[in-house]
Design a protein around this ligand. Sequence first.
Ligand code: NDP
Ligand code: MG
Length: 381
Amino acid sequence: MSRISIFGFTGSIGTQALSVIEKYPSKFELDVLVCNKNIDLAVELLEKHKPKNVFVTDAEARSEIMASCPAEINFFDSMHSLRKYLNDNKSDIYLSAISSFDCIDLTIDAAKSGKKLLLANKESLVVFGKQIMHECKQAKTQVIPIDSEHFSLFTALKNKDLFEISKVYLTASGGPFVGQKLSELQNKTPEEALKHPNWDMGAKISIDSATLVNKCFELIEAKYLFSLDPELLDIMIHRQSIIHSMLEFKDGSVEAQMSQPSMIIPLAYGLLGEHSKDVKKDFSLDLLNRDIDLSLEHFPEDRKKLRDITLDVMKSEDNSGLVFATLNDIAVKKFLNKEIKFGDIYNLILDNYYLIEKKEVNSIQELETNRLEIVNFIEGN
Ligand code: NDP
Ligand code: MG
């Protein structure tokens, strides 16, 4: 029986993980579930799955959820008591699936556990990738990436010699505005931007997919997860999300990793520890299906400045990732609140990334202070 803790259990990734877990009642025991403030869904899931412990970050939502839940579930009253519990009672598997990098402490605790970390939260790698991977290495924590491209690379790179590889491509579906020029996107609404053609995901990552910032983040993730030289990493657009990554070898031959676009595949592998035939029943890829289109396109030239920032982040050892992710966070929040237009997400990032001072950030405290400095810099302008 594996003890599991899920950070972000009410989200798209969290609920899909629970849908896998519920199929194997004798294999898994839910230890700690964490969410923020989605009261109705949290109550529904807690009544159904009956974990041992819960933490709800938002205090008001916590009281409401607690009042509606079975009394045998223990609720932590602070992040401090949650972290103390996690420190004293290790789970076998941690799923880090909180959006943004608000609860990065929890990902770091899981990285230090010496157990298994299913890592969906990409922002934590963008802002603190070197430190997180260092902690995992020190503690011998096994990391399974829960992002389709990185999970496909995790599979593809097994038993490969990195010296033989000349290019690593991640594919991007291009999101809802694929094929459209940046100049045509200025006035796209949140409703249009949230409509992803292939994936049903949380709001933040859906907007990041529409702007292609998500794919830039994924290059940074890949660098840290697989210790790849930034120059090896590149992006191709592949509208159907069947090919997730490709390895080009020095002799020019290419290996593609393909699957149906479903997060159940990496989640089930991470939870069950194997490529399970149970998954094949629902997600086998029918390559003879005539609707499958494997065509590839270049990353759009008019988004090159985002790629330049990404390369700059990958080549630096300072807070560049934090600057990129924080500017994007601010811009996405403003866009979803209808304070700025879609095209202004790019402008906010591009106008400010090089202006903000780059410096070393070595602890979570420094990271939080620096994040606030960046927010104040933008709000003060
Ligand atoms: P969602 O927006 O669907 O869910 C986010 C989850 O995080 C919810 O459970 C939410 O709780 C919780 N949360 C947010 N802020 C806090 C906080 N301050 N304290 C505690 N809990 C919090 O996101 P996704 O599931 O789509 O994505 C999660 C992560 O996985 C992201 O980093 C994303 O980039 C990554 N990812 C997602 C993929 C996908 O297919 N969805 C694919 C690859 C990566 P509540 O509901 O209560 O607000
Ligand atoms: Mg992805």
